[in-house]
Design a protein around this ligand. Structure first.
Ligand SMILES: [Zn+2]
Length: 530
């Protein structure tokens, strides 16, 4: 164990230590965020103890399976060997887009199961991996974990390649994490060891566990506070894979096309085309994502919920199938929030979303299940503008979002809802702050009554805008003020995706995508504590 780590852990008990001069410099430099992050993890190593124990346990299982799995794998025989073509369609129909409405729409996040330990968990601490009766002791969890966290805090996505590169190129970083380059006691880890660490952390949901703990910890000690409003959006990352187009016949007998990940097998048989092992998708969860303007990407999609005033993400979940509509991710993401942050959900009253959530059924469902009022902009594609022929005289058009324009081209001033007769009330258009436009309007004769000095007033039956809730009309100033907070989600996503990660993925598969999100989330929540 290096002198530096002892200092990190118990600064008060340090009488005399030898530091490199650049370590002292880094310790004083508040801009060296990664260094402060590493120091934080070692000082609070007990917060990561459960993750460490889970890692060693998973590593033990991994090593045990590695020796037996290949033998078992090659002896698995199936009676019918599906061809690549059959498997392609089977997999297509089992995707959760193809009418399988009951399937979860976001990737199920599983935190590791409690296990019977083959060692004494209390003995685990930095520099003390478990001792087993046989074999070499494993590499220290804390060293590897801080290396991944440090690289993520430098703004790079912490892939095994990036961590390997940083440890070799930056001796200060390697030393701070607990390695002593060139020594026999704590040498730099090999690329393979770093890959194995990431794989075990990913496949056993330990990245998720660490990330969730960090968010909960920040909520518990008030680093982040509950807000009345939550914001939701989806974002995508470019996939590290290709796709093929599958043609199939739908239930109406029509030919349809859909993009799907290439098929592969995980076995090592010589003749994979005809061997008995099952075909699987090389990048499950990836799909065609259509953005505004019809631009298409082959990628993974995730659902993000955050707090707008503090600009903090609370949940970032990979969607089970990226080809699904954005709105489908909302109920499952909220369910996740309710499970993990029940108090925060009790405090929340509104959820702001984009027009993808503009559906009465969805809004009602969210209100019934979570007590949240969904506020979103009106989806202009689904509604029509109402023209002059169906409006009171003097009026030109009523937009789907409830904005009313007069013949002179001014926007009428929305006043509110009159519940008695079920109408939306609009007052005269105003300019320069408060002046009523009607007074000098050239077509006043056609619109206002002669004795009307207060300007034109209009009542529109709420039935003309059936998609607009009379209790929370989007034309109201209060609603617009609230909706202004929605853009916060874009800043949250930008930080997660571009400042603390990479918009391009480096691995295939949805569990790897979830790990990418988890690492960025952890870095974010560590950063706001430093
Ligand atoms: Zn095979």
């Amino acid at each position: 164990m290096s002198a530096l780590i002892d200092y990190f852990r118990e600064p008060d008990n340090c009488l005399f230590h030898v530091f490199e001069s650049d370590d002292i410099q880094l310790n004083l430099d508040e801009n060296a965020v990664w260094f402060q992050g590493v120091k934080y993890i070692y000082r609070n190593w007990r917060d990561f103890h459960t993750a460490a124990v889970e890692y060693y346990e998973s590593l033990y299982r991994f090593n045990k399976e590695k020796t037996s799995s290949y033998r078992e794998h090659s002896s698995e025989r199936q009676s019918d060997y599906p061809s690549r073509e059959d498997a392609r369609l089977d997999l297509l129909f089992s995707r959760c887009t193809e009418g399988n409405d009951d399937d979860a729409k976001v990737e199920k996040v599983e935190t590791p199961p409690g296990d019977v330990n083959s060692f004494v968990p209390e003995h685990i601490q930095p520099g003390h991996p478990p001792v087993r009766s046989s074999g070499r002791p494993p590499e220290d969890f804390y060293r590897l974990f801080t290396a991944y966290a440090a690289v993520q805090l430098t703004g790079e996505e912490s892939t095994p390649e990036a961590v390997h590169g940083s440890l070799h190129n930056n001796p200060s970083l390697a030393r701070a994490c607990g390695f002593t380059p060139g020594s026999k006691t704590a040498p730099l880890p090999s690329h393979r060891l770093l890959q194995q660490f990431d794989q075990i952390m990913t496949e056993n949901g330990i990245w998720t566990m660490i990330q969730l703990d960090a968010v909960k910890n920040n909520l518990r000690d008030g680093t982040i506070e509950a807000e009345r409003i939550l914001v939701h959006d989806t974002t995508h990352h470019i996939a590290y894979s290709g796709f093929e187009t599958v043609t199939y016949t739908n239930e109406n007998g029509r030919q349809q096309k859909k993009s799907q990940s290439f098929l592969t097998k995980s076995c090592r048989c010589g003749d994979r085309e005809n061997c008995p092992h099952p075909w699987e998708m090389s990048d499950n969860g990836a799909g065609t994502i259509v953005k505004h303007g019809g631009k298409m990407y082959w990628g993974h999609k995730s659902s993000i919920i955050g707090l707008p005033d503090q600009g903090v993400p609370l949940a970032a979940l990979a969607m089970a199938d990226s080809a699904n509509h954005d709105s489908q991710s909302l109920p499952d993401t909220l369910e996740f929030m309710k499970t993990h942050f029940p108090e925060l959900m009790n405090n929340a009253e509104y959820l702001l979303d984009d027009c993808a959530a503009d559906s009465d059924i969805l809004k009602q469902r969210i209100f019934n299940s979570f007590g949240l009022e969904v506020n979103c902009s009106v989806n202009p594609k689904r509604r029509k503008t109402i023209g002059a022929e169906d409006l009171p005289k003097g009026m030109q058009k009523l937009t789907p979002a409830g904005y009313l324009y007069c013949q002179a081209g001014h926007e009428m001033d929305f006043l509110g809802t009159r519940t008695g007769d079920g109408t939306f009330l609009y007052g005269p258009p105003r300019k320069n702050g408060n002046e009523i436009c009607c007074r000098e309007c050239p077509i006043r004769e056609h619109c206002c009554r002669k004795n009307n000095s207060g300007g034109r007033r209009i009542a529109i039956r709420t039935g003309m805008l059936p998609h607009i809730s009379p209790e929370a009309p989007p034309m109201a100033k209060r609603f617009q003020k609230r909706m202004k907070k929605r853009t916060a989600v874009e800043r949250i996503i930008y930080r997660l995706k571009c400042r603390l990660g990479d918009r391009y993925l480096h691995k295939r598969g949805n569990h790897n995508y979830q790990a990418t999100l988890d690492k960025s989330m952890f870095a974010f929540h560590l950063l706001i504590r430093l």
